[in-house]
Structures are given as structure tokens and as C-alpha cells.
Design a protein around this ligand. Sequence first.
Ligand SMILES: Cc1cc2nc3c(=O)[nH]c(=O)nc-3n(C[C@H](O)[C@H](O)[C@H](O)COP(=O)(O)O)c2cc1C
Length: 197
Amino acid sequence: MNIIDILKKRRTQYALGKTLPMAENEVDALIREVVRQAPSSFNSQSSRVVILFGRESEKLWSIVKETLRAIVPAENFASTDAKIDSFAAGAGTILFFEDQDAVRELQQQFPLYAENFPTFSEQSGGMAQFAVWTALANVGIGASLQHYNPLIDEEVARTWGLPASWKLRAQMPFGSNEQPIDEKTFIDDAIRFRTFR
Ligand SMILES: Cc1cc2nc3c(=O)[nH]c(=O)nc-3n(C[C@H](O)[C@H](O)[C@H](O)COP(=O)(O)O)c2cc1C
């Protein structure tokens, strides 16, 4: 299969179920290998990843739900509640972090680029997220990208005993594809591309 076909398979899937096309161990190994292969600035490998299956994933979404319940007006909570349940309905969730100690080390090592490293770290994290999302799609696993950080950061670190330097950047619920996804629309090429030769 060529790269474009694989890229086209990666879409935002909200209708998730618990069936996986392979064993959890294999999904876990796939995610780890993809993150290892993702590029990072100065090969700093600043991305940190927590992989939650089953009950552990459901625990994450109940943290999100209870955190939001405390701040969303009760009359608006029904849609939030349903959305969070749809993430919890998946087989698992991947938490993506960027290690701020790795960023600080780079800043000390290369003072000339100090200002750039926080941005490079975000970009490296985005690459890891995209690579994992695409690799999951390639084996038939649906996923989406969520951002309930920083609201849930403290509770997540406490629940899974994570280092204080790990900054939560994204949550990726994944699982079986339970519904087809609408076709994607694109802006005009003239707006986004300029080729000179
Ligand atoms: C940096 C980034 C942040 C995103 N944040 C969210 C998010 O918080 N919640 C969500 O449901 N989708 C989020 N998305 C998914 C986009 O809405 C989605 O990728 C876009 O609409 C294109 O659809 P596709 O993923 O099916 O190609 C995010 C995507 C990117 C690249």
C-alpha cells in the first residue's frame, strides 16, 4: 500500500468500540515502536507516552468527566457527558506527554537555541501523535485526538504515579471503528501551496 493510501486511512473516529483487531500486547508494542521511530529535535526523544487499556482507560475518562462536571453548568452537561462516554467506549487511550526536563537539558546544552526548544518539543510531540494515529489506522484501529489538559493534569499524574516533569499534551482514545466517517473536504490548493521552479 502506498503512503497516500495509508495517510487517507487516518481520520478522526468518534464512534469507538472495544474490539481490537490484535492482542493488546501487539497494540502496545506497535505504539512503542512508532513513538521510537518518530523524529524529535536534536534526537531529544522528549515525548513520553502512557498506554491505558480497558478499565484504566475508563478511569481516565471518569477523571475527565468529574473534572468537567465541576465546571460545566449543569444544564449544558448532557452533551459533554455523552461525548466523554463515547471516548470511554473505546478499547484504550494513549496519553502523550512532553518531558520538560528534556527541554530544559537541551536549553542548557544549546543556549543559542534555548528559545526554540519548547516549540521543538511541541512539534516533536505532534509528530509522535500523528505517527501513532496513522499506524493505528493502518491496522484498522480508529482514534481521535483530545485535549483535556491542563484541567486533568494533576489527577492524571497522581493516578498513574507519573513524574512532575511530564507535561500532558494530548489524549488519544482508540478502538474499533463503529461507524463510517464522512468524507473529508479540502480548502483550495491555491490558498495553501506555492511552488516555484
Ligand atoms: C493539533 C490538533 C489538535 C486537535 N484537537 C482536537 C480536539 O481537541 N478534539 C477533537 O475532537 N479533535 C481534535 N483534532 C482533530 C481535528 O479536528 C481533525 O484532525 C480535523 O478536523 C481533520 O479531520 P480528520 O482527522 O478526520 O482528518 C485535533 C487535530 C490536531 C492536528
